[in-house]
Design a binder for this molecule. Structure first.
Ligand code: SAH
Ligand code: SF4
Length: 432
């Protein structure tokens, strides 16, 4: 076997797991293949919503042809952890299914795969999965894991069942990796975890970690994803208030605005408590920017509950938002105990209403940037216009701009000329 490719669904955590898997494969002598049929094809799956599982099945169907020609096809990630042998039964051309529970032994499991064994491995090893590197796919921004798993058990969520209990990466290992990333030329690190604020190691808490990371020389920006409103503390805000390299961006999922729904979701905060956290951020952090996630159509969500969500959205004016309609997930409390009783049509209408309100808010906020000059870390080519480049500013806004040379990986000053709801457009100041 000479070449491999990995297709990744889902969050940054999955993307980074794929980078670690790619590193292990490269160490075993395989080369990444960008196009065409690889000898080994791995799909890193996401189980968080029904839609991503449907996409996995569709892709698996399409890989049958490759398998017939000799490609070894396998699934890793969250769906692998949940479905195990069931996946092999539904897709007989699959050669392996490996869940995050078994990643700590991935090096030896992959050897068995490469020797031709058919493998199902989803045993919970309960250890931190450390690799001696990652084959990073993105320029400029390095993902760095700090914790994994979740102990919160929100009633809609499958993550505690796919990622297991919380495990924390020891402080010295995190600092080492950040330093190495800086030495390799990365300007930004994103500290990753399902609940970054619950990270702990010995006597250290998350804010200590932020304080140590920000003192590493050479870093332009440090971000961290995702925070939980319950664990997001004043100490974290105080470190953020110190400014760069810590960015003023917080991803703080609201999920729902009504206390009734928040209780049914078992989120552990009320609308009022959420708003107090927002207030605390806005008060202390210059230029603060807040992103969120919202679910509409959770069981028993009535029109009045949904209005409460809209109210909070109007009040907070989030800088970005990911919004979803509720889908029941295996093993979750809500799927077992609550009826999925908001009709599809109603979910769809609520989602559209929420998204159009948010688009209006974002457009208004983004327009305040027109005429200003912001620093942008260039991360790649623009999605819409491959001649142009894109990056993000300190508030995590997407900025598109044209440039005569290739500035990927550089921080540039960009003057903002136009604003849309989802991105800004500008020109390089002093291109020379
Ligand atoms: N750890 C993070 C997010 C994990 S999942 C947190 O605590 O918020 C990412 C997002 O997917 C969630 O924030 C939620 O908005 C959405 N999500 C999770 N389960 C879902 C479900 N069953 N239906 C719809 N959206 C869901
Ligand atoms: Fe899922 Fe809740 Fe844990 Fe986030 S905090 S991963 S939403 S259970």
């Amino acid at each position: 076997m000479r070449t491999f490719a990995i297709h990744t669904f889902g969050c940054q955590m999955n993307e980074h797991d794929s980078e670690k898997i790619a590193f292990l494969l490269k160490e075993k002598g395989l080369l990444p293949l960008e196009e065409g049929r690889p000898d080994l094809f791995i799909i890193n799956s996401c189980a968080v919503r029904e839609k991503s599982v449907q996409k996995l099945y569709a892709l698996l169907g399409r890989t049958r042809k490759w398998a017939e020609k000799g490609t070894v096809v396998g699934v890793v990630g969250c769906v692998a952890q949940l479905e195990r042998e069931k996946l092999l039964r539904h897709f007989p051309h699959l050669r392996f299914v490996i869940g995050p529970g078994s990643y700590p032994s991935l090096t030896s499991i992959l050897d068995r795969v490469l020797q031709g064994e058919r493998v199902v491995e989803t045993r919970w090893e309960g250890k931190w999965w450390e690799t001696s590197g990652a084959l990073r796919r993105r320029p400029a921004v390095a993902y760095v894991n700090i914790m994994e798993g979740c102990d919160k058990f929100c009633t809609y969520c499958v993550v505690p069942f796919t990622r297991g209990r919380e495990r924390y990466r020891p402080l010295p290992w995190i600092l080492d990796e950040v330093k190495r990333a800086v030495d390799q030329g990365y300007r930004e690190v994103q500290l990753l975890g399902q609940n970054v604020d619950s990270w702990r190691w010995e006597k250290y808490r998350f804010w200590h970690l932020l304080d140590k990371v920000r003192k590493i020389p050479g870093l332009k920006w440090v971000r961290f994803i995702t925070s939980h409103p319950r664990d997001f503390t004043r100490e974290i805000v105080e470190i953020m208030a110190e400014g760069e390299p810590i960015t003023p961006y917080v991803h703080l999922p609201l999920q729902a605005g009504s206390d009734k729904i928040l209780r049914l979701m078992r989120r552990g905060y009320t609308q009022k408590e959420f708003l107090q956290k927002v207030e605390m951020i806005r008060e202390k952090v210059n230029n603060s920017s807040i992103g969120t996630d919202i679910i509409v159509g959770f069981p028993y969500e009535e029109e009045e509950d949904f209005r409460q969500t809209l109210q909070v959205v109007k009040k907070v004016k989030f800088d970005n938002m990911y919004s979803f309609h509720y889908s029941p997930r295996p093993f979750s409390y809500a799927a077992r105990e609550f009826p999925d009783n908001v009709p599809k049509e109603v979910k769809r209408r609520r989602l559209l209403e929420l998204q159009s309100l948010q688009a209006e808010i974002q457009l208004k906020k983004n327009r305040t940037f027109v005429g200003k000059t912001v620093e942008v870390l260039t991360t790649g080519r623009s999605v819409k216009d491959p001649q142009a480049f894109m990056g993000r500013d300190i508030t995590y806004r997407v900025v598109n701009f044209s440039c005569r040379r290739n500035p990927i990986g550089e921080v540039l000053k960009i003057k903002i000329l136009e604003a849309g709801p989802h991105s800004l457009k500008g020109e390089v100041v002093d291109e020379g």
